[in-house]
Ligand binder design. Structure first.
Ligand code: DP6
Length: 426
């Protein structure tokens, strides 16, 4: 493999950094505003500004994450990107925006008074040198891309976190991640995170803010029921564009429902009130999908298995006479369940009974992945009360995870996805 070189002299990249960034799953869903005067005039698509604030939990990077390595050198001939092992074009406008914005910030910060001399001149690299850099970006997900598992959120959060590390940019860069993928701004922090919609036309105040850190609610658990790992048919962006243009329910939701719901959700998180958290989560998911159906022509992300999961969760909660589990669905059929650690084994046993894996469907891979949990025969009284004929093969697999930290810098050189000597994929 060729090394970065000039005039026959081998040069290693001036800087190389690797980060891991998490997925987040919204409990109050966001909707993007796309250049339509129906809303607030000038807020536009390129900036990815939302019609309402939103709130999510960051999932643990041990189970789901993107890893990105970025090498920078003035000897690279151009910026290049490899995604999941394949070189892709950098003509993607969202990618270009993130790169441009980080470089703009590096330029304006080159003489920032708060930077120490060592920040300004790291390993003999001056701030001016950085402005000549071209970058090689290599990124991998440890889960299926574009399957409704928020891969773009982890991907853009990781890109921006790694670029910020390479260019030495500190502080809140969630507004840059937002311009890659709206929901990516929330993946810039761990724990429970709100994306404050902001008011300014330039989007500078549309940023993520940590509501509570990852250790605030340590017994909160998450089960992801992967209904389909296929690529989704409607991308969130084109779906949202049609919705913003056609759904009167969206306007009602943004103006009259979400503001109060955000307040109630923040209170439920702060007070660790699971029942309030769970009820709001389910109601918000249902309203988000109602807005999708209110779009003309309608958008339907949930399928028959998704709707069956909704019924089973309500039946489970009814049986226990309290809200022990909440479901939420994004732009795809997969269900994400929020529940407390003490109920994981019981709920998993119930789900496993209703949607058993078939030996051939799992291809020898484990059906329940992630954190350990006991799966046993479910409570007979529950099964009698629910009356459900098991449907084998409906779920591909289940991921058991918890709330986790924001993006992490990985120091071990063995973890770099690019060769530190050449800046090319390993
Ligand atoms: C349904 O952030 O994936 O998950 O902004 O077009 O990249 P783009 O879309 P994305 O939107 C998905 C939104 C959602 C709800 C949410 O996460 O708030």
């Amino acid at each position: 493999m060729a090394s970065a070189e000039e005039g026959g002299v081998k040069t290693t990249p001036a800087k190389i950094a690797t980060c891991r960034a998490p997925v987040n799953i919204a409990v109050i869903k966001y909707y993007m505003f796309i250049g339509f005067t129906f809303y607030r005039g000038k807020r536009n698509e390129e900036l990815i500004l939302p019609v309402n604030s939103s709130l999510s939990a960051t999932l643990h990077i041990d189970q789901l994450c993107t890893t990105t390595t970025i090498a920078a050198s003035k000897y690279f001939t151009k910026d290049r990107i490899w995604l999941n092992g394949k070189e892709e074009s950098l003509e993607n406008p969202r990618l270009k925006t993130c790169l441009k914005e980080i470089r703009r910030r590096a330029r304006t910060r080159k003489s920032a008074p708060e930077d120490s001399e060592s920040d300004q001149q790291m390993n003999g690299i001056t701030a001016e040198d950085k402005l000549d850099w071209r970058v090689h970006i290599c990124s991998e997900n440890n889960f299926p891309t574009a399957a409704g598992l928020a891969s773009s959120a982890a991907g853009y959060a990781c890109l921006v976190a790694t670029l910020a590390e390479v260019y030495g940019i500190k502080g809140n860069v969630s507004d840059i991640a937002r311009q890659g993928s709206g929901s990516a701004c929330r993946s810039m922090y761990g724990g429970f995170v709100q994306w404050i919609m902001g008011e300014r036309d330039d989007g500078i105040d549309s940023i993520a803010d940590q509501v509570e850190p990852e250790d605030h609610w340590p017994n909160m658990r998450v089960l992801i029921l992967v209904v389909s790992a296929e690529k989704k048919s409607t991308s969130s962006t084109s779906g949202m564009q049609t919705t913003v243009n056609t759904s009167p329910l969206l306007q009602y939701r943004a103006d009259h429902v979400v503001p109060q719901r955000m307040e109630d959700m923040i209170k439920a998180v702060k007070e660790k009130d699971f029942e309030a958290f769970a009820e709001l989560t389910m109601k918000d998911s249902n309203q988000f999908h109602a807005v999708c159906l209110d779009t003309h022509p309608p958008i339907s992300y949930m399928n028959d298995i998704s709707r069956t999961i909704v019924s089973l969760v309500h039946a489970y909660n009814d049986f226990h006479n309290r809200t022990k589990v909440a479901y939420t669905f994004d732009a795809g059929p997969n269900a994400v369940l929020y529940l407390l650690e003490k109920d994981v084994s019981d709920v998993l046993s119930f789900i496993n009974h209703c949607f058993p894996p078939s030996d051939s469907s799992s291809n020898g891979e484990t059906f329940i992945r992630g954190l350990a949990a006991d799966v046993t025969t479910p409570n007979k009284k529950l099964l009698n009360a629910v009356h459900f004929d098991p449907r084998p093969n409906s779920l591909r697999y289940i991921i058991h995870t918890k709330v986790g930290p924001g993006p992490q810098t990985i120091e071990e050189t063995a973890c770099h996805l690019l060769d530190p000597a050449t800046g090319m994929p390993k």
